[in-house]
Design a protein around this ligand. Structure first.
Ligand SMILES: *Cc1c(COP(=O)(O)O)cnc(C)c1O
Length: 379
């Protein structure tokens, strides 16, 4: 029988495509936020900490003074508990419904935004939870994207009171969410702020004490003190994104990739699928092993580029699934040379804001879109 001879794997000297999270930048961003509010700070680390690693960002934020954490599900919160994070954690959205038993067992708070949802939680808590589930009543303050509509607040608070009397839940918070997330405009926030006050009064009037009220995300936190209430929920700001573009925050990650192939080519050489780019001079082309499967936006403008040894070079031709091509002109970089796709900024290094502009999107989608092949590291 013929056996195909396979060469033993060669140990590669290249550092693979890597996203490095900069813990000090997260801490500096928490400091910027602290300087602008007296309210408790919740570090929102959903979507794996906006692509930066939920545990990494959570630990850095808590060490810098965040008092709470926020995620979308009890399962995500349990991973934070398993990593040793002991501060209160609030979960909302609940893509698989609320597991009352797990919430009670891991001391994770759940937001409840409808009478139906609360009814299911109470039934579950009665049969499974060993202790009262900590609940935040989520009121719709103008978003129509989750949260209890104004017309049903009385029914929700009445049911919550019965659940609390039966010791199945304890109402510890009341939350809303601001529809305006990318502009400094206190006047536009005013209806939601008024709605939040009304929601809090309704909860008090139902005999549910004086729970913690929270409304603002990053934009409200940085631009409108009237939205702060007892706590602010900051996600984007932790990783250096200020959607309102009013504060210079610190970029908290660096994406690098090694050059894996370099070639000298003549003028008139088509590059990549469909030859969408043709070289206009004799030049050098280098390949980076990151493509749209790794989160490089397929649609990006001609300005897109990367940093190599302190200079910016353009991405040319179509972005492939696994790779992009860089035109380095007269420079010929050997395989293994590190390129910075984005970083905290300064010099020739593009930022996530640059990539967002080149792709016609927001920086959130750049950092949350990074694929699983990209290695993660922490600085
Ligand atoms: C995502 C989210 C936040 C955080 O928003 P940022 O703008 O990223 O700070 C706050 N609250 C809720 C309900 C969210 O879903």
């Amino acid at each position: 029988m013929n056996r195909v001879q396979v060469a033993p794997p060669r140990r590669s000297g290249f550092r693979p495509p890597t996203l490095q999270t900069l813990s000090e930048a997260v801490a500096a961003n928490v400091a910027e936020i602290k300087a602008r509010t007296r309210s408790t700070i919740m570090a929102v680390v959903k979507a794996d900490g906006y692509g930066h690693g939920a545990v990494t960002v959570a630990k850095a934020a808590v060490a810098a003074g965040a008092g709470w954490l926020g995620t979308t599900s009890v399962a995500e919160a349990s991973a934070l508990r398993a990593a040793g994070l002991a501060v209160p954690i609030l979960t909302w959205l609940h893509p698989c419904g609320i597991d009352a038993e797990a919430a009670a067992a891991t001391r994770v708070d759940v937001a409840v935004g409808s009478v139906d949802e609360l009814g299911v939680l109470l039934a579950q808590a009665a049969s499974t939870a060993a202790s009262a589930v900590r609940v935040h009543l989520h009121m719709d303050t103008g978003m129509s994207r989750g949260g209890c509509p104004r017309g049903q607040w009385d029914e929700l608070t009445a049911l919550a009171r019965r659940g609390q009397q039966a010791r199945r839940i304890r109402v510890v918070g009341v939350m809303g969410h601001l529809p305006l997330a990318d502009r400094a405009d206190p006047a536009a926030n005013a209806p939601a702020v008024a709605g939040m006050r009304e929601a809090w009064q309704a909860v008090r009037a139902a005999g549910l004490g004086s729970p913690l009220a929270h409304l603002a995300a990053t934009s409200g936190t940085l631009t409108d003190r009237a939205t702060h209430f007892g706590m602010v929920r900051v996600g984007a700001g932790l990783v250096g994104i200020d959607p309102s573009e009013t504060v210079e925050l610190h970029g908290a990650s660096r994406l690098t990739a090694p050059i894996v192939h370099t070639a000298a080519v003549p003028a008139g050489t088509p590059v990549g699928y469909a030859g969408a780019y043709v070289t206009d001079r004799a030049t050098h082309l280098s390949v980076l092993p990151v493509g749209y499967a790794d989160g490089i936006p397929r649609e990006c403008s001609r300005q897109a580029g990367v940093e190599i040894r302190g200079r910016r070079f353009p991405v040319v031709g179509r972005v492939s699934m696994d790779q992009i091509v860089i035109d380095t002109g007269a420079e010929s970089f050997p395989a293994g040379t590190s390129a910075t796709v984005f970083g905290p900024g300064g010099g020739a290094t593009p930022t996530i804001h640059d990539w967002a502009r080149w792709a016609g999107t927001i920086p959130h989608t750049i950092v949350t879109g990074l694929g699983p092949r990209v290695k993660r590291s922490v600085a």
